[in-house]
Design a protein around this ligand. Structure first.
Ligand code: GLU
Length: 310
């Protein structure tokens, strides 16, 4: 599939030099398939930002959504990263090993009345919304109408939801600038633990970013929309909010974000320097594909350091 590249718009801001915690960044792939050109952009950007800031770079395998995981994809992603010279500074962490931590966070939220059980199926939610003439929210997702907020009325709990409070959540992205979202209105009380018993991405990512001391999240722009939900969870759990930078997306020929779901090809690692130079270009960095992956990432780090120095 030919790829259309959306170059980075404008500059990327650095972050205040007085940041109290030492820089720790991460790349957090879901092992639903091998890395493709789009995911390498996010991986490279998170690595470059950590290196340019003298920080630590981690890899976390986000395999909470087990039905979507592909056996062996985790090891393949780690091999692909290594072939590109992107080797984590600490051993990778697998979310499937961390269920007890998500359980503990959910218990804490329930104890503080910030989470509640929900008996609604998707169909129940659709019907409740239709009967109130309510529209769909962002990306055509259903805004939970709050049916179980005040109790299950004898119905059987299926999932657990976060109790959102009305009001805007403001945040600043280092590339995309200021953002604001009223999560209660635009998303509604979102799921923390699903009807199939699996923990939701939102809870897992917040618990793990805090546990790993992540100060800087650098990830694809398709995830920007999740940030206010994550900030609300951080506040409810008394956890620090990292700084956020969402990187440009690589679009497929159909104009959609390149993803494993729309058939993006696995990275061609016969020529890692070329793959890295392509990814760097998406980030607005012009580097010559060097002779080796190491030379490429060194050149990209210097270029990135200049960009964030403004
Ligand atoms: N696991 C998510 C993905 O692969 C990324 C999560 C994140 O970086 O916060 O899309």
């Amino acid at each position: 599939m030919s790829a259309i590249v959306i170059p980075a718009k404008g500059g990327i801001q650095g972050f205040p030099p007085s940041a109290p915690r030492p820089y720790r960044g991460r790349f957090a792939p879901s092992p639903t398939g091998p890395l493709h050109a789009g995911s390498l952009v996010a991986a490279l950007a998170s690595w470059l930002d950590a290196r340019a800031n003298g920080g630590t770079w981690l890899v976390r395998i986000e395999d909470v959504d087990t039905p979507r995981c592909v056996p062996g994809a985790d090891e393949e992603i780690l091999r692909q990263l290594a072939a590109c010279g992107l080797v984590p500074d600490e051993p990778p962490v697998w979310q499937s090993d961390r269920t007890a931590h998500y359980e503990a966070a959910l218990r804490e939220l329930v104890a503080a009345d910030r989470a509640y059980p929900c008996a609604c199926s998707r169909k129940d939610i659709e019907q409740a919304l239709l009967s109130r003439g309510l529209a769909r929210g962002r990306h055509d997702e259903l805004v939970y109408p709050g049916t179980c907020r005040n109790g299950l009325n004898g119905r059987v709990a299926r999932a657990w939801r976060f109790r959102t409070a009305e009001g805007a959540t403001d945040w600043e992205d280092r590339r995309l600038g200021p953002h604001s979202q009223d999560v209660a209105h635009e998303v509604g009380d979102f799921v923390l633990k699903r009807a199939d018993g699996l923990f939701a991405y939102q809870l897992a990512v917040v618990v793990d970013d805090a546990a790993q001391g992540i100060t800087h999240v650098v990830r694809g722009a398709d995830l920007a929309d999740n940030t206010p939900r994550q900030i609300l969870l951080q506040r409810a759990l008394g956890l620090p909010t990292p700084s956020y930078l969402h990187t440009p997306l690589v679009l497929g020929a159909n104009g959609e974000k390149l993803s494993k779901q729309n058939g993006a090809r696995a990275l061609d690692l016969r020529d890692p320097p070329k793959a890295l130079a392509d990814a760097a270009r998406v980030l607005g960095l012009r580097i010559e594909p060097g002779a080796s992956a190491g030379e490429c990432v060194a050149a990209a780090t210097a270029a990135w350091a200049k960009t964030i120095a403004g």
